[in-house]
Ligand binder design. Sequence first.
Ligand code: FES
Length: 96
Amino acid sequence: MLATTARSVALAPRTAAVRVSRRAVAVRASSEPINPSIKKDVDKVVDTVSIKDLDKPKVAYCRCWRSDTFPLCNGAHVKHNAATGDNVGPLLVAKE
Ligand code: FES
């Protein structure tokens, strides 16, 4: 789990991860946009990946680091985008 956390922090350099226990990592949000360059011409960047072996029709994973249900998206990206001018949205994993 720690290796995954370190990789995630590297993908979001403006977000600070603080190790609070052996099993939990708290992500402290910054007030800056986290997407400096990807698809800045669209209001919200949402990408979809389709896979065969998924036990639900669709799962939304957070990419803004603001979700209280991280790693799942809870819609917190809307508030983040409005406050910072960012355009980040979730990664959707859908069943094929
Ligand atoms: S809450 Fe983070 S992408 Fe939706």
